[in-house]
Design a binder for this molecule. Structure first.
Ligand code: BEZ
Length: 357
């Protein structure tokens, strides 16, 4: 009898024929910390926040978010929102290399640039989606401007400053690894890197041959010098909006995200641990992330089930029947996705939600 083998499948669901990505418009604004570039897709929708994304180190808004925002099922969501994709300074395509000695902004200063973007666009509130360093930047922004953030999707967030042990490990790795390899080790799991899939080859190539590698190193240094966000349950320093924490089940930042979950308000926070997604779920599992994002928006009252496909509606019904997602939750929700049968089933604290994927 033929043997069943597990195969790793990267989800691919491009736009349908006739579906064309909306026209993008790229802008730059001057801020007290230098200029920042961002790309806007779609038009502002009355009474709706903008979706604002912030990418991780080694990537830019396109290489970090394009597979997610161009995913077929994502279209029915994003057509309801204007999107602002921020490039950290010097990371935009064609960015000139900063002169030697250039003082790159700290992550806190990158967060302080966001009001200039929103003011320029005349947008009052956002739903943020950030990955790694970008998740930190959006969290810092949400701490200082809580009234303007309606929700946050934080992928691979590490809210802690590096401790001296981390620094020692970082220095040691630096002796034997190049900057691109260190950044790849931040983005992907060791298993993914040694598997050297097409995706890894593609991103290794992008980062190793980036004409702005010196700028990337500056963003990397700012990330490694980040301050502690100091989240604490019951403390004033916390995220006040609904938050969806996301991490791959073998991602390098799994422990940091688990710890972050334990420090945030459980009534406002969902935790999604994704199976088979490696370090970058938005690249490898855009379908599952799209579905989770849809539930997240629904919980915020933005995606009425009438806007959703029949399949999505039935999935949502199974989620809402197992747990309320109307914002009046009494405890945190953990979603973990098992690979077998593509089911989402809960882990501790014993609150079960099942979603077919
Ligand atoms: C968007 O529709 O927001 C989008 C499309 C392509 C790449 C990145 C974002």
């Amino acid at each position: 009898m033929a043997e069943l083998r597990e195969v790793q499948i990267t989800e691919e669901k491009p736009l349908l024929p006739g579906q064309t990505p909306e026209v993008a418009k790229t802008h730059s604004v001057e801020t007290p910390y230098g200029s920042v570039t961002f790309t806007v897709y779609g038009t502002p929708k009355p009474k709706r926040p903008a979706i604002l994304t912030y990418h991780d180190v080694g990537l830019n808004c396109k290489s970090c978010f394009q597979p997610l925002f161009q995913f077929g099922d994502m279209q029915e969501i994003i057509q309801n929102f204007v999107r602002v994709h921020v490039d950290a300074p010097g990371m935009e395509e064609g960015a000139p290399v900063f002169p030697l000695g250039y003082q790159y902004p700290s992550l806190d200063q990158l967060a302080d640039m966001i009001p200039c973007i929103l003011q320029y666009l005349n947008f009052s509130t956002i739903i943020g989606i950030g990955v790694g360093a970008g998740a930190y930047v959006l969290s810092r922004y949400a701490l200082t401007h809580p009234d303007t953030v309606e929700g946050l999707v934080l992928i691979n967030i590490d809210p802690n400053a590096k401790g001296w042990m981390d620094w020692a490990a970082h220095k040691l790795t630096g002796l034997t690894s190049s900057i691109p390899e260190m950044i790849l080790g931040h983005l992907f799991s060791q298993e993914e890197l040694s598997g050297n899939s097409e995706l890894i080859q593609k991103y290794r190539n992008i980062i190793t041959h980036a004409p702005n590698l010196d700028n990337i190193e500056l963003y990397w240094n700012s990330y490694n010098n980040r301050r502690d966000l100091n989240f604490g349950r019951g403390s004033d320093i916390t995220l006040k909006c609904p938050v969806m924490l996301v991490v791959g089940d073998q991602a390098p930042h799994e422990d940091a995200v688990v710890e972050c979950n334990s420090k945030l308000d459980p009534t406002q926070t969902s935790f999604l641990k994704m199976a088979d997604s490696g370090g970058q779920p938005q690249l490898t599992q855009p379908g599952k992330l799209t579905e989770a994002f849809k539930y997240f928006l629904q919980g915020m009252g933005y995606m009425a089930s009438s806007c959703m496909t029949r399949l999505s509606r039935s999935r949502t019904a199974s989620l809402t029947s197992a747990a309320s997602i109307d914002g009046n939750r009494s405890r945190s929700r953990t979603l973990s996705q098992s690979s077998e049968s593509g089911t989402l089933a809960s882990g501790p604290p014993g609150h079960t939600m099942e979603v077919s994927c």
